[in-house]
Design a protein around this ligand. Structure first.
Ligand code: HEM
Ligand SMILES: *[C@@H]1O[C@H](CO)[C@@H](O)[C@H](O)[C@H]1NC(C)=O
Ligand SMILES: *[C@@H]1O[C@H](CO)[C@@H](O)[C@H](O)[C@H]1NC(C)=O
Ligand SMILES: *[C@@H]1O[C@H](CO)[C@@H](O)[C@H](O)[C@H]1NC(C)=O
Ligand SMILES: *[C@@H]1O[C@H](CO)[C@@H](O)[C@H](O)[C@H]1NC(C)=O
Length: 444
């Protein structure tokens, strides 16, 4: 019993990816002063001697022992700048105003502002990772790590979160029961549906590919961004397996005359299925976990069809292009289409803004903009939008339980893309925030 409780605590620690699963290691009697997290406003805690620290407040806009005293210009901007709540209120009210702005040059100016202000919130070059709580070349250069906005809690702190709380973490099952598990389904107040939920999961799993076997805080998605690796695979070998090597296209199979991803028998890539699923029933998809849910298989099918459709158009217009050029150009187009849908439909829905968002790369051509990207561990943690999932799936008059839905390779081909799109568009998703809204199956 004790062993299993310890085991599950360690499992939670793995979830939190904190290097705290380590037993009683605190040898010195002086507590590392940085365990108190004294430095405010993104000041950096630097340890001197055994028991002293200094906060490096450089460019935080604050000074003082703990970076708590605002500089003059910080005071001025605190006074003049509307808070995030005010900005959000304006962006989600005054429809008449936005109806005008949507049609003028102000839309471009505000969209540019949204992009630059948001990107300035992110530290570049990236800072910490799960191994390095201080700046280092290694954490900058080694893309196998997610970056981290917050440094890991120092290894020698008395408690897992520094100095507060108990010396060990609680039983994860208790945590899930008290905070997360759904009592009764609460729908998303913004009216999001399952089409949105599966899009969220499908889209983000191109850059959230936590590599637990490698260790804490590692990722398999080495390009750290929107590269459509969930369609083409995260490495060249997988991509070559998935490609038809003709006209730039991807391999496919026809079922009832409709195009679907090929089976693993036809494109030999590793997919995660429970043991015993035969290869001809496994679908070969860029992302190895997308056999989990028919909703993910549906999006994979849509993008496969779109890729091959674009190839046909390009080939008709450029009969001299070879397979490689047709493939590479189509991939860029698929990435562009993805970002457009993400900004103009997905983020639009998520934000609730009345400003009509716009995907237009030229908006940034004349401003200094950091195009490099690094996925943060916190981003993955916060994107566990598992409450979006319903208690069962309503498709074409049938009600499918999780047992019938998960890893069921025939749901997609049985109903077909059209019926699934229709079903997922009608069924409400759950509310993400507020706690107590994750179906028991998804908390496992
Ligand atoms: C029935 C549906 C789902 C099941 C069974 C499921 C299950 C899981 C499991 C077992 C993990 C790995 C453990 C963990 O990191 O927590 C995971 C990770 C994750 N899930 Fe889900 N999930 C579902 C739907 C969703 C949806 C709709 C989203 C929406 C965004 C989502 C977002 C994530 C993210 C961001 C991760 C971390 C991935 C990584 O870092 O590699 N999941 N999910
Ligand atoms: C700075 O933080 C430390 C630790 O939390 C605290 O003891 C100290 O009083 C703070 N100093 C100031 C000037 O607030
Ligand atoms: C990144 O770090 C891991 C773990 O320390 C190591 O195995 C890998 O070789 C490193 N990669 C590079 C490119 O340095
Ligand atoms: C402006 O854009 C928002 C968000 O897309 C939309 O709700 C609103 O109807 C638009 N107004 C006009 C006139 O296009
Ligand atoms: C898989 O889905 C099909 C089609 O919806 C359904 O008939 C079947 O019962 C499901 N299989 C399992 C094992 O639940």
């Amino acid at each position: 019993m004790r062993a299993s409780v310890l085991g599950s605590v360690c499992a939670l620690l793995l979830l939190l990816r904190e290097p705290v699963c380590r037993g009683d290691e605190v040898t010195s009697s002086t507590v590392n002063p940085c365990c108190y997290f004294p430095c405010q406003h993104w000041g950096v805690c630097v340890r001197y001697g055994e028991d002293k620290y200094e906060c490096d407040c450089t460019r935080t806009g604050f000074y003082g022992e703990n970076c708590t005293v605002p500089e003059f210009w910080t005071r001025v901007s605190q006074f003049l700048k509307p808070g995030p709540n005010v900005v959000h209120y304006i962006l989600t009210h005054f429809r008449w105003l936005w109806d005008i702005i949507n049609y003028t040059f102000l839309r471009d100016i505000l969209m540019r502002l949204v992009l630059t202000v948001r990107s300035n919130l992110i530290p570049t070059p990236p800072t910490f990772n799960s191994k390095y709580g201080y700046l280092s070349w290694e954490s900058y250069y080694n893309l196998s790590y997610y970056t981290r906005l917050l440094p890991p809690v120092p290894e020698d702190c008395p408690t897992p979160i520094g100095v507060k709380g108990q010396s060990g973490l609680p039983d994860p099952e208790l945590l899930v029961d008290t905070l997360l598990k759904r009592r009764t389904f609460r729908a998303d107040p913004q009216g999001s549906n399952l089409m949105f939920a599966f899009f969220a999961q499908h889209f983000t799993h191109q850059f959230f590919k936590t590599f637990n076997r490698m260790g804490l805080g590692y990722t398999k998605a080495l390009s750290h961004g929107v590269d459509a690796g969930h369609v083409y695979g995260d490495n060249l070998e997988r991509q070559l397996q998935l490609r038809l090597h003709k006209d730039g296209k991807l391999k496919y199979q026809l079922i009832d005359g409709e195009m679907y991803p090929p089976s693993v028998a036809e494109a030999s890539v590793r997919m995660s299925y429970p043991p015993g699923v035969p290869v001809h029933q496994q679908m070969a998809i860029g992302q190895e976990v997308f056999g989990l849910l028919p909703g993910l298989g549906m999006y994979a099918t849509l993008w496969l069809r779109e890729h091959n459709r674009v190839c046909d158009i390009l080939k008709a217009e450029h009969p001299t292009w070879d397979d490689e050029q047709l493939f590479q150009t189509t991939r860029l187009i698929i990435i562009g289409e993805t970002i457009r849908i993400v900004i103009e439909e997905y983020v639009q829905q998520l934000s609730g803004y009345l400003l009509q968002l716009k995907f237009d790369p030229t908006l940034l051509f004349n401003s200094h903009f950091q195009y490099g990207n690094r996925i943060a561990l916190e981003f993955s943690q916060l994107y566990h939008w598992h409450p979006l999932m319903p208690d069962s799936f309503l498709i074409n008059g049938d009600e499918l339980s999780y047992t019938q839905f998960l890893f069921n390779t025939s749901v997609l081909t049985h109903y077909g893309v059209e019926k699934l799109v229709d079903a997922f568009s009608r069924q409400p998703a759950g509310q993400i925030g507020g706690g107590h809204n994750i179906n028991a199956v998804v908390t496992k």
